[in-house]
Structures are given as C-alpha cells and as structure tokens.
Ligand binder design. Structure first.
Ligand code: AKB
Length: 316
C-alpha cells in the first residue's frame, strides 16, 4: 500500500502550495489536505479535504486512522505578529498541535513528521550576520519561544522515542498564490500585490531592515527534500537553518522599480519593526547544504520577475 500523507493547515500560505506539490509527486489520492475551516476554495475543491482541529487530539487521530496516514506535515501555526497580540492563543495552538502529532508518532499511529520552525527562534542576543546553526537563542516573541521550545521537543522525541521528525527554520517566504497572514516578513509579499494594484506600498518596516527571505518554490523543494532524504542523513533533529537570500525593503522596492518605474514606497514602521530588529540579517545553512544537499535557486531578481508576472495575470 502506498504511503498516505496528511497536511494539517493546508489552507495557509505554505500548506496550500505543499499540498499541490505533494499531490504531483505522490498522487491525488495519497495526499489528504486538512484545515480548521474551508477557508481556501482552491485547496478544498482540489482533492481529498477534511476538517481537522490541530488542537484536538481526537480530531487529528480520527483523520489519521480514517485515511491510513503515515506521514504528517503540521503546517498550522500562529505567526510572529499575530502571536504578539494573542500570546496565550499562540502558545496553545503552536505547542498543543505539535504534541498531538509527536504523540501520534510515539504511539506508532504515524511514522514520520514534518514540523516547520523559523528564524524567529533567534533573538536580540544572537549574532545577526550569517547566524550559525548552534548559537545563542533567546527569542523575544511568543512565536519564537514556541518554535524554540518545539525544536527541543522534536529532538527529545527523536532521542527518547525514536520519532522520525524533521524540521526546517524557514525564513520569510515569498509567494503569489496564497497570502501569508500575521507574520513580520509579510511585507515582502504585500509589496508585490500593492505594486501591481496601486503602484504604491506603505511599508511597516524601515527601509534598511535586512531579513532572510526565500521564494516559495525553494521552500517547498527544501521541505520535500528533507522529508525524502535517508534518515541517516538527517543529523539535526531539532531544526535545520535554511537560507536563500537576504534583502531590505529598499532593495525589493528598487527591484520592482526596474519593471514599474513609477512605483512608490513609504515607510511607516509599526510594532513589527521591534520584532524584525531581533531577528538575524542572514543565515548560515551549511549543515543543510552538507547533510542533505540543500541548494536554493531563486535570487531577488528572479523572485521579482516571477511575482510581478503572476500577479499581473491575477489582477489585470
Ligand atoms: C513570520 O514573519 O512570523 C514568519 C516567520 C519568519 O516565521 N514568516
């Protein structure tokens, strides 16, 4: 019998594209998309879809058993900016859902788990340039705390209970199909939408705020690659640093102006600036490149070209 995959949080920015990619690779009937509501019609109408509440153990277990699932991608989470508004909700969602999936694996209902971590595990005391895999980690956001603690639990479940859990520290992810929600890096997606729709963007970060970023295709390939790598090659069971490029709002605005010369940007930093100030500017991901041969493809120029092309088709 072929392996069955469940994606929890399939309606979100990364979950939706991961669903399409995994269905291409493993076949529509082997990939079950799930979310707490029917919020993304493209996903709901594209194949098998189940309502699953990631915070309810029974809800996840029923779906796993119903479809003979052996691999779970847990993509449901509250991100950094929203997490600062609802700290306890962020803690509950991000931690409870992880424990449910890890415990299902520990009890042998499933065999393999993917759980995304984030550059938010780093904090104000972390070295900012080319941040190493192993370094000071004192996250100052609730989201970052949940990701750092989650990483410790992933490694613990691997060491103590032999749970095959794999994880990546995603940077900001840029894509045109589904909007991100509640993150600090969301500006790098919104800017392209606003450039196409209004030729103007009011940016919530300062012009020189450099953050690690990645195009969705690279993030999805990294996720598929780490999950299909041989278990012996996955030497880090907390979470791997993962990098592609780094840029500032000013740099992305300049790359847009090459295609839309009258595009204008204004900077009005808000509470998200304080979050961004604590995150790395660039990431050293040499362990991922060495252990399971990670390689990114997209540069800022490549991302801008693709984003403007696709969003132009969508809006015009
Ligand atoms: C966020 O901005 O909160 C996320 C992340 C970097 O994990 N995109």
């Amino acid at each position: 019998m072929s392996s069955k995959i469940l994606i929890i949080g399939a309606c979100g920015q990364i979950g939706s594209e991961l669903t399409f990619k995994l269905r291409n690779i493993y076949g529509d009937n082997n990939v079950i998309a799930s979310d707490i509501s029917y919020s993304n019609p493209d996903i709901v109408n594209s194949g098998i879809f189940e309502i699953v509440d990631a915070q309810d153990y029974a809800s996840v277990k029923i779906c796993v058993e119903k479809h003979d699932v052996d691999t779970v991608y847990l993509m449901a989470a509250m991100l950094s900016a929203t997490g600062e508004k609802y700290p306890m909700k962020a803690w509950d969602l991000n931690m409870t859902s992880l424990f449910h999936v890890l415990n299902l694996a520990r009890a042998k209902f499933i065999k393999k788990v993917f759980w995304p971590s984030s550059i938010a595990v780093f904090g104000p005391t972390t070295p900012k340039d080319y941040t190493p895999q192993y370094t000071i980690m004192e996250p100052s956001t609730v989201y970052g705390i949940t990701k750092q603690v989650g990483e410790r639990w992933c490694e613990y479940y691997f060491n103590k209970y032999d749970v095959d859990v794999r994880s990546l520290r995603y940077p900001g992810i840029i894509s045109w199909k589904t909007l991100p929600g509640g993150g600090t890096t969301d500006y790098a997606v919104e800017i392209y939408h606003e450039a196409i729709k209004n030729k103007f963007y009011n940016c919530f970060l300062k012009e020189d705020t450099k953050l690690p970023m990645m195009f969705m295709d690279d993030a999805i390939n990294a996720t598929v690659d780490i999950m299909s790598a041989n278990s012996e090659d996955i030497k880090i069971r907390s979470s791997y640093n993962l990098a592609a490029i780094s840029f500032t709002p000013k740099e992305v605005a300049e790359s847009i102006k090459k295609y839309i010369p009258d595009f204008e940007i204004k900077y009005e930093p808000d509470y998200r600036q304080d979050i961004a100030n604590t995150w790395p500017k660039s990431i050293n991901d040499s362990y991922a490149r060495q252990d399971w041969k990670w390689k990114h493809k997209f540069s800022l120029e490549g991302i801008t070209k693709e984003m403007l092309l696709e969003l132009d088709k969508k809006y015009n």
